[in-house]
Ligand binder design. Structure first.
Ligand code: NAP
Length: 509
């Protein structure tokens, strides 16, 4: 039976199920194939591969990590057009890598996973899908990432609005903004990229800012034909270029630990704002009042000059109410609106965005209960009580300074090592010891206390409501790579199946 045929049956069994077809899921799939494991499936809730770079297609969408870093180390692309690529080019890269490794045939599209349950006797997981089907697997990898559920603000009267509402992650390219009155809410990484484009198209644009971001100049450049030719012909040059980018990004971990270093750069960045924005009052409002790095540092050369346009206004009052054709602000002023653009980010707390995704592990264990106070994992990858369940970009693996793909590759290497060691032992499941996970998280939270994220005078999506940071890795990325280089056998419990059904692949439904 071919892989394609296998994934069409109602209930099937595989060795590994991957939930999510973005960079993480793709990396996992490639490494499984390289290890000779074709008995896997990617369950993708959308109708295409690429994750973030499939769904986020708003005008100006681009990556603020350099392309030679924001790509797989094992799938170099000498032809990146710019230092920071736009969404379409990253999307095309993902499609190219997918096709090269023949990953599409292992993917089931429009397959939303709604729950996962472990049978400790059979040592098998059952994944429930929204269409009513089930999938049985020995291992599963949650690779959906933390930035895929759009966050919609709940403003008073929102339901009465008669115009168009667009979230940055669900852009409607058929909606023509020309001549329209647009009110854009939010000034995060997504908004600062689309605002300059919307300003050019709309009749009038109001940018609603709750907290100004720190923005540094974008050290943009296009790669010349000669550079690309050299990168292709002399791979060592491309590797050196990647190494240089890696090291310069890694250097940015220092101010994270020492907010005083971060503050040294602030006067120059304030001058950058005043240099780029002509109106002094507007410039003043754009200056943040918290330490650089506390929220994600953004990069743009186009955002600030947008406020010099006659058709653009900055509003720093809160939104009080939405009416049928307008937005009312807390000072009582009212702005007519044909369209609301929400650059309001994502629901990033897994306790909220996974609240309807029930996961049960060893007897008596329910992830929603175990994560009641905070999402916790070991190395952001395994969770005690949930054998053979792995996560990519799980708790405390996000980055404020370098490429998340570096972290994904480290995690995938670790998962492959775990699966390999389990198979070599002839066991059916592995489960990280609770005391190992607790020790790891206690230390991590201690280390986070001194960082700019906790002490920088801001609130951000890096923190839960109680201030605990479950989002970011507070060290150099090579330290994460070293920690995940291989699985320490003593960190885990290794168990055979009680029922003789763990020989995955032996009996397919
Ligand atoms: P975000 O960084 O969470 O920004 C959301 C913005 O909406 C913030 O300015 C926030 O204000 C504002 N906001 C939220 N609710 C609001 C409300 N009720 N009233 C007024 N303002 C409100 O979201 P994002 O820009 O989509 O970016 C999310 C993450 O995606 C980024 O941090 C980054 O990791 C990733 N991203 C990356 C790139 C890239 O280039 N690599 C590009 C886009 C996104 P406050 O600051 O006051 O909360």
């Amino acid at each position: 039976m071919t892989s394609q045929a296998r994934i069409n049956v109602k209930t099937r069994r595989v060795k590994v199920a991957i939930v999510g077809g973005g960079f993480g899921g793709l990396c996992m799939a490639i490494k499984l194939r390289e290890a000779g494991i074709d008995d896997f499936v990617i369950l993708e809730k959308g109708d295409g591969l690429g994750g973030t770079w499939y769904h986020n297609s708003y005008p100006g969408a681009a990556c603020d990590v350099q392309s030679h870093m924001y790509s797989f180390s094992f799938e170099a692309n000498p032809d990146w057009s710019h230092r920071y690529s736009e969404q379409q080019e990253i999307h095309d890269y993902i499609q190219g890598v997918t096709d090269k490794h023949n990953i599409r045939q292992f993917t089931r599209f429009n397959a939303e996973v709604t729950g996962a349950h472990f049978d400790d006797q059979a040592a098998l997981w059952t994944l429930n899908l929204a269409d009513g089907s089930q999938l049985i697997c020995q291992h599963w990898v949650l690779a959906s990432g933390p930035l895929h559920v759009p966050s919609f603000p709940n403003f008073k009267g929102m339901e009465n609005f008669k115009g168009k509402i667009i979230h940055s992650a669900q852009w409607d390219h058929d909606y023509d903004m020309s001549g329209k009155k647009v009110v854009s809410i939010g000034t995060g990484a997504s908004a600062i990229q689309y605002v300059p484009h919307v300003a050019q198209e709309a009749g009038h644009l109001t940018v609603v800012q709750r907290t100004p971001p720190w923005i540094i100049p974008r050290d943009e450049r296009a790669y010349s034909g000669m550079s690309k030719w050299l990168f292709r012909r002399v791979p060592a040059l491309r590797q050196l270029h990647r190494l240089r980018l890696y090291l310069s990004n890694e250097a940015r971990v220092m101010p994270i630990f020492n907010p005083r270093i971060a503050r040294l750069a602030e006067p120059a960045l304030k001058a950058f704002i005043h240099y780029q924005v002509k109106d002094k009052e507007t410039a003043r409002k754009l200056v943040p009042n918290y330490t650089l790095g506390c929220k994600r540092i953004l990069i743009s050369n186009a955002y600030y000059p947008t406020f010099n346009r006659d058709n653009v206004a900055l509003v720093t009052e809160g939104v009080k109410e939405i009416r049928e054709h307008s937005v009312v602000f807390s000072d009582g002023s009212e702005q007519q609106a044909d369209c609301l653009v929400l650059g309001t980010g994502f629901v990033v707390d897994p306790r909220i965005y996974m609240k309807d995704f029930e996961i049960t592990g060893l007897p008596g264990r329910r992830l929603q209960d175990d994560w009641k106070d905070a999402a916790q994992a070991y190395l952001g990858t395994t969770v005690s009580g949930y054998p053979n369940m792995f996560q990519l970009v799980g708790p405390n693996t996000g980055l404020g300074h370098n490429s998340i793909i570096f972290m994904i590759e480290s995690q995938v290497r670790y998962i492959m090592d775990a699966i390999g060691k389990l198979d070599a032992r002839g066991d059916a499941w592995l489960d990280v010891k609770q005391e190992v996970q607790d020790r790891y998280n206690d230390k991590l939270q201690d280390e986070l206390k001194g960082t700019v994220w906790q002490n920088g005078g801001c609130t951000s999506w890096y923190q839960q409501a109680d201030g605990r940071n479950t989002a970011l890795w507070p060290h150099a990325t090579f330290q994460f790579m070293a920690r995940t280089w291989n699985v320490n056998m003593k960190d885990y419990r290794w168990q055979p199946a009680v029922k003789n059904s763990a020989a995955v692949g032996a009996a397919r439904a």
